[in-house]
Design a protein around this ligand. Structure first.
Ligand SMILES: Cc1cc2nc3c(=O)[nH]c(=O)nc-3n(C[C@H](O)[C@H](O)[C@H](O)COP(=O)(O)OP(=O)(O)OC[C@H]3O[C@@H](n4cnc5c(N)ncnc54)[C@H](O)[C@@H]3O)c2cc1C
Length: 633
C-alpha cells in the first residue's frame, strides 16, 4: 500500500562515503534534504581497508576539504596512525595516509549528520525512483512510503543486488552481512539506465591476540602529524599512535593457493562481476605474477575498540578451509584466529558515461549519482563524487550553473572526467599517473586551487575565505622578497654554502636563486636571511615548492593553457554529427551516443581520433559562421 509522506528538496539514497558528503553539501546550502540508508548503524562504514588517503587518494581528501566537504575533518578527529607517504620523492606524489578507528569514524560522521540543519536521516530501503516524463518527482520505500522531491542523488555503493561469496558459500547480503538492496536496479532499468555488474573483495580479519608480531616489521606513524583538513590545528593531533606490521606471503602460501585455485569462485566462474585491476585478490596476484616469490602483507588495526586486524594485501574469495591454511602459512600468522572470513562482493552499478560532467544523468532530469555506484572504488573516490553530486543537485535547484572542475584544476576533475568520458569496464581507482598536470595538483596546494570555488558555492565560511586570502598574500609577499633580496658572496654565506655542500658564490645573488639549488631550501638559509618574517609552515611550504619547481610549474601551466583552449571550445547540443562530412563512422556513432560538451572532452572519447577532432574543429567554425550569418549568434 503506497502513501505520500513529506516532501523534500533533495533525497540522497545511501549514507556511505558518497551519500554523507552529498547530503551535507545540500543541507549546508539550505536545501531540505533527507538521506536514506539500509542501516543507521552503518553510516560512513568502512567495509574494507581501515585507512583514508594514500597516493592520489590523499589528494582527493585534501580537495574535498578545500571545497568544504567533511572527510578530511572526520579522519583528523578519528585517526589512530598517520604517515606522509613518498616524502623522499617530489611534492607531486607526497600523500598523506591515516589509519582510522573505523567505529569512531562512523560515529563521528553520524553525529555531524544528525546535528546538521535541514538534514533528516531515515533507515529505509528505496525500491523505486519516481519520474514524470523523465523528470524526477520522488522516491518510494520498501514499506510503500512515497517521498516527493525535486532531485535524487543515488549513492548505493556495493549494495544493489549484492552477493557475498567465498568458496561455495554465497550470501545475498551487502557488506558485513547487512541487508542487500534488491529492488532498485529494476526501477533504474525501467528509466532506461544501463547497469554494470562489478565486484570487489576484502581480506579476513584476524584476532590480534593470535598474531606473533615478533616475526614482522613494525611500521610506526610520523612523529609530526600533518592534518588532512586545512581547518585542523596541527597541535591538536598529537596523540599516541598504533603500529601496523609488515610480513610477506611465501612459497607455501602460493602453493596452497595454486593447489586450490579450482575451488576459487573467481576462477571457477561463479563470480561474474568485474574486479578492480589495481586492488587484486591474493589468488589473482599468485596466478598473474607467478614469478614473484613473495607479496607484501600489512597487518593493520581496525580501531582501538577491537582486536580485529585487517590483513592488507590478502583479499580473497577462496573457501574457508583454504583461507585458514593460506593465512596460517604467513610468518607471524601461524596460529591465526579468523574473526571474519575474506570474501568477494558482487553488486550492480552504472555505466558512468550516462552522466554529464555535473554527475546528473543525461536521460533523467534531476537524477544525480556518486560513489561506487558510478563504477569507482575507494572511500575517497566515493566521497569526492558525492560532494560534487550534492553541490550540483543544489546548484540545479538554486538555478545556478553546475560546478565542473576540469583536469587541470583538481584530481576530482580527473576522476569525474575519466568516469564520464572514458569507457571503464572495471572499478575505477584514482592514481597520480592518471593526472596529466599532477605537479600543479599537489595535495599541499588544494586550498589555493579550490577554496575560492568552495566559497563561491557557499560551503566555505567568510572567516575561512579571508584566512585563505591572507595565506595567498603572505606567499606572494615572501616570494617577492626572496626574489628581490640580494645576498653577497660574504664569509658567512660562503661558510653556510660549504656546510650545505653547495658551491660557493662568485658574485652576489638573490635568496630565491639560492633556494633553487637542489641542496638548499628556505629553512637552510635562515642564518643568512636576516629580515625573514615569522611565517606559518604551510606558507613556507608553498614558497619553497614554487621557487624550486618554478620551471616545471611554468611548463605545466603552458600545457594547461593549450588544454583549456580545447576545453573551452563548447559543442552546441544541436550539432548533428551525421551531417559532418569526412567524420569517420565510428566517431559519428561514438559522438552521437555520447554527446560531449566540448572539443576537449570529445578528444578523450575512445574511438575518436585526432583527425576526427581536426574535422570537427573546422566544421564548428563553419557552423558558428553560418549561425552568425543567419543572425542566430
Ligand atoms: C567487501 C568490500 C571490499 C572492498 N574492497 C575495496 C578495496 O579493496 N579498495 C577500495 O578502494 N575500496 C574497496 N571497497 C569499496 C569501498 O568500500 C567503497 O568504495 C566505499 O565504501 C564506497 O562508498 P559509497 O558511499 O559509494 O558506498 P557505500 O559505502 O557502499 O554505502 C552505500 C550506502 O547506500 C545504502 N543503500 C544502498 N542501497 C540502498 C537503497 N536501495 N535504499 C537505501 N539505502 C541504500 C547503504 O545502506 C549504504 O549506506 C570494498 C567494499 C566492500 C564492501
Amino acid at each position: 500500500m503506497s502513501y505520500i509522506y513529506e516532501s523534500y528538496d533533495v533525497v540522497v539514497v545511501g549514507a556511505g562515503h558518497a551519500g554523507c558528503e552529498a547530503a551535507l553539501a545540500c543541507a549546508r546550502l539550505g536545501l531540505n534534504t533527507i538521506i536514506f540508508t539500509i542501516s543507521m548503524d552503518s553510516i560512513a562504514m568502512m567495509p574494507c581497508n581501515p585507512n583514508i588517503g594514500g597516493t592520489s587518494k590523499g589528494h582527493l581528501v585534501r580537495e574535498i576539504d578545500a571545497l568544504g566537504g567533511e572527510m578530511g575533518k572526520n579522519i583528523d578527529k578519528t585517526y589512530i596512525q598517520s604517515k606522509m607517504l613518498n616524502e623522499s620523492k617530489g611534492p607531486a606524489v607526497h600523500s598523506l595516509r591515516a589509519q582510522a578507528d573505523k567505529q569512531e569514524y562512523s560515529k563521528s560522521m553520524r553525529s555531524i549528520m544528525e546535528n546538521t540543519q535541514f538534514l533528516t536521516l531515515k533507515q529505509a530501503e528505496i525500491v523505486e525512483i519516481i519520474a514524470d516524463h523523465n523528470k524526477i518527482t520522488g522516491v518510494k520505500t520498501f514499506s510503500g512510503a512515497i517521498y516527493p522531491c525535486r532531485a535524487v542523488i543515488l549513492c548505493t555503493g556495493t549494495y544493489l543486488n549484492a552477493r557475498c561469496i567465498y568458496g561455495e558459500t554465497i550470501n545475498k547480503t551487502g557488506p558485513n552481512g547487512l541487508q542487500a538492496a534488491i529492488h532498485l536496479t529494476d526501477s533504474l532499468k525501467s528509466l532506461g539506465i544501463e547497469m554494470y555488474r562489478f565486484k570487489t573483495g576484502t581480506p579476513a580479519r584476524i584476532d590480534k591476540r593470535s598474531i606473533d608480531f615478533s616475526k614482522m616489521e613494525e611500521q610506526v606513524g610520523d612523529e609530526v602529524v600533518v592534518p588532512f583538513s586545512f581547518t585542523t590545528d596541527p597541535s591538536t593531533l598529537n596523540k599516541e599512535q598504533v603500529s601496523c606490521w609488515l610480513t610477506y606471503t611465501n612459497e607455501k602460501t602460493h602453493e596452497i593457493i595454486k593447489a586450490n585455485i579450482h575451488r576459487s569462485p573467481l576462477y571457477g566462474g561463479e563470480i561474474k562481476g568485474t574486479g578492480p585491476r589495481y586492488c587484486p585478490s591474493i589468488e589473482d596476484k599468485v596466478v598473474k605474477f607467478a614469478d614473484k616469490e613473495r607479496h607484501q602483507v600489512f597487518i593493520e588495526p581496525e580501531g582501538n575498540y577491537t582486536n580485529e586486524m585487517y590483513i592488507a594485501g590478502m583479499s580473497s574469495s577462496l573457501p574457508e578451509d583454504v583461507q585458514y591454511q593460506m593465512y596460517r602459512s604467513v610468518a607471524g600468522l601461524e596460529n591465526a584466529k579468523i574473526v571474519r572470513n575474506a570474501y568477494a562482493i558482487e553488486y550492480d552499478c552504472i555505466n558512468p558515461m550516462q552522466l554529464k560532467p555535473s554527475l546528473e544523468f543525461k536521460m533523467v532530469d534531476g537524477l544525480f549519482s556518486g560513489g561506487q555506484f558510478n563504477g569507482s572504488s575507494g572511500y575517497e573516490e566515493a566521497a569526492a563524487q558525492g560532494l560534487m553530486a550534492g553541490i550540483n543537485a543544489a546548484m540545479k535547484l538554486l538555478g545556478k550553473e553546475p560546478i565542473v572542475l576540469d583536469r587541470s584544476e583538481a584530481y576530482i576533475g580527473v576522476l569525474i572526467d575519466d568516469l564520464v568520458t572514458k569507457e571503464t569496464h572495471e572499478p575505477y581507482r584514482m592514481m597520480t599517473s592518471r593526472a596529466e598536470y599532477r605537479l600543479l595538483l599537489r595535495q599541499d596546494n588544494a586550498d589555493l586551487r579550490l577554496t575560492k570555488i568552495g566559497y563561491k558555492i557557499g560551503l566555505i565560511s567568510e572567516i575561512r575565505y579571508q584566512s585563505l586570502l591572507s595565506k595567498e598574500y603572505k606567499i606572494e609577499q615572501e616570494m617577492k622578497r626572496l626574489q628581490n633580496t640580494l645576498i653577497g658572496a660574504n664569509k658567512e654565506v660562503q661558510e653556510l654554502l660549504i656546510k650545505a655542500d653547495s658551491s660557493p658564490l662568485n658574485t652576489g645573488t638573490t635568496l630565491a636563486d639560492l633556494i633553487r639549488r637542489p641542496e638548499l631550501c628556505y629553512e637552510l638559509l635562515k642564518e643568512i636571511d636576516k629580515d625573514r618574517p615569522e611565517l606559518p609552515f604551510d606558507v613556507i611550504e608553498q614558497v619553497n615548492i614554487n621557487i624550486k619547481y618554478d620551471g616545471y610549474i611554468k611548463r605545466q601551466l603552458h600545457q594547461v593553457e593549450q588544454f583549456r583552449k580545447l576545453e573551452n571550445k563548447r559543442i552546441p547540443v544541436e550539432l548533428d554529427y551525421n551531417s559532418v562530412p569526412s567524420l569517420r563512422i565510428e566517431a559519428k556513432q561514438k559522438l552521437t551516443k555520447f554527446q560531449p560538451v566540448s572539443i576537449g572532452q570529445a578528444s578523450r572519447i575512445s574511438g575518436v581520433s585526432p583527425a576526427d577532432i581536426s574535422v570537427l574543429l573546422v566544421y564548428l567554425t563553419q557552423f558558428h559562421a553560418s549561425k552568425v550569418k543567419e543572425g542566430e549568434e
